[in-house]
Design a protein around this ligand. Structure first.
Ligand SMILES: [Zn+2]
Length: 170
């Protein structure tokens, strides 16, 4: 294995670990999602922040960016768990259909909610690894001069909820 592929492998592993911790793929410090204290609804739970205030990495590149992550990661994993549970419980215990559905659907819905954040974080890391989009030098130099928090590069139109946060700092 040559140096380049070893380096890439290490980078991919670092990005993967950062996605497991739901952190920015570039700096590995800033969370991708609002903290649990600030999560008041399911929408807060599912919606990533606009971007990293440390390195300026925008989490959502464009509208519909997370569609694949939601379908493949969250729904796909949820369905797989559902199928495994269904066949395991049905073959082993053969309960009445109502209880069987309860025993399958409740864990599937819970898994979908729990896995949604990791699916998106993993997708961000995956995308950043194969198609990095670092902010170009000189693009937002005036933000750096202010010494405070930088707003993410304006690639995707930001959602109003977080936009207020970032705009108020500049
Ligand atoms: Zn960052």
């Amino acid at each position: 294995m040559n140096d380049i592929s070893g380096y890439q492998l290490r980078t991919a592993w670092i990005y993967f670990l950062r996605s497991l911790r739901l952190r920015c793929p570039t700096c590995g410090i800033t969370p991708i999602f609002p903290s649990l204290k600030k999560t008041r609804s399911l929408r807060d739970w599912f919606t990533p922040l606009d971007g990293c205030h440390r390195c300026g990495y925008p989490y959502e590149r464009e509208p519909g960016y997370f569609l694949l992550a939601t379908w493949a990661g969250s729904y796909g994993m949820g369905s797989l768990i559902g199928l495994i549970l269904y066949f395991t419980i049905d073959l082993k215990f053969h309960p009445p259909i109502f209880y069987l559905l309860l025993m399958v659907l409740i864990p599937v819905i819970a898994a979908n909610i729990i896995l949604a954040r990791h699916a998106k974080a993993f997708f961000i890391a995956f995308d950043h690894f194969f198609d990095p989009h670092e902010k170009e030098r000189g693009e937002n130099d005036d933000d750096r001069d202010q010494g405070g928090q930088k707003k993410p590069a304006p690639i995707a139109p930001s959602k109003p909820r977080q936009k207020v946060e970032f705009l108020s700092k500049t």
